[in-house]
Design a protein around this ligand. Structure first.
Ligand SMILES: *[C@@H]1O[C@H](CO)[C@@H](O)[C@H](O)[C@H]1NC(C)=O
Ligand SMILES: *[C@@H]1O[C@H](CO)[C@@H](O)[C@H](O)[C@H]1NC(C)=O
Ligand SMILES: *[C@@H]1O[C@H](CO)[C@@H](O)[C@H](O)[C@H]1NC(C)=O
Length: 194
């Protein structure tokens, strides 16, 4: 009788512990300081709902992000060259919103036990396509195994595909300091000067 009860309790505690752990791990951050997002980050691991895009991530040797005020600059190394994307974001509560042409990106930060990391989901919506990405970024290039494992658990809790882990040994692209607006202005200035 006791043995049976014990077995049942064990089953209950086992089946409960997983969702409880998930509950904490997939909790969106309620608020955070924009100062904490500022500066340079590198992508450590990425889980993509649309697995067809994984190959494109694998072609990126490294991806860095520079966040200043409301500008988001993604610097990625592809086939030895650096590509830069400039986006402006707005932060409302705990939601980051960006627009790239007719594509809307909505980022939500999640709990992480790693002090110099950022974990976020990005919902990507265009008129014809929608998907969800889940990212682990850090101030460090290389994380501890247990930090990667925590992210993998978060991925599992969200029922997302297994993460692609970036190679920490590849060089990051340098910080691009001029913003897109400045560059466009420059181009116009050059054009009108001719
Ligand atoms: C911001 O970072 C500081 C230290 O870097 C930390 O103490 C604080 O908890 C962080 N705040 C938020 C809201 O993440
Ligand atoms: C960010 O904004 C502050 C004031 O809002 C300004 O002083 C600073 O120059 C800005 N920094 C950049 C890199 O644009
Ligand atoms: C993107 O956001 C704008 C509002 O900022 C909205 O009007 C538009 O319908 C959104 N596009 C998609 C594809 O959801």
């Amino acid at each position: 009788m006791f043995a049976v009860l014990l077995t049942v309790l064990c089953l209950v505690s086992v089946s409960r512990s997983a969702p409880l752990a998930c509950e904490k791990l997939v909790k969106p951050l309620e608020q955070f300081d924009i100062q904490n997002l500022t500066g340079r980050w590198s992508f450590v691991a990425v889980s993509l709902k649309d697995r067809a895009r994984e190959n494109s991530v694998r072609r990126h040797y490294s991806i860095a992000v520079d966040i200043r005020n409301s500008s988001y600059i993604q610097a990625q190394r592809v086939a030895g060259r650096c590509q830069y994307f400039f986006l402006d974001f707005t932060l409302e509560g705990n939601v980051l919103t960006m627009k790239a042409g007719n594509v809307n990106l909505t980022g939500t930060l999640f709990y992480t036990s790693c002090a110099d990391c950022m974990v976020l989901t990005t919902h990507i919506k265009s008129p014809t396509y929608r998907t969800v990405d889940f990212y682990l970024l850090s101030r460090r290039r290389q994380l501890e195994q247990k930090e990667i494992e925590e992210f993998s658990t978060q991925v599992m809790c969200l029922s997302m595909p297994p993460p692609v882990v970036m190679d920490p040994k590849t060089e990051l692209c340098p910080i691009e300091t001029t913003n897109q607006q400045t560059r466009e202005n420059e181009r116009e200035t050059v054009a009108s000067a001719k």
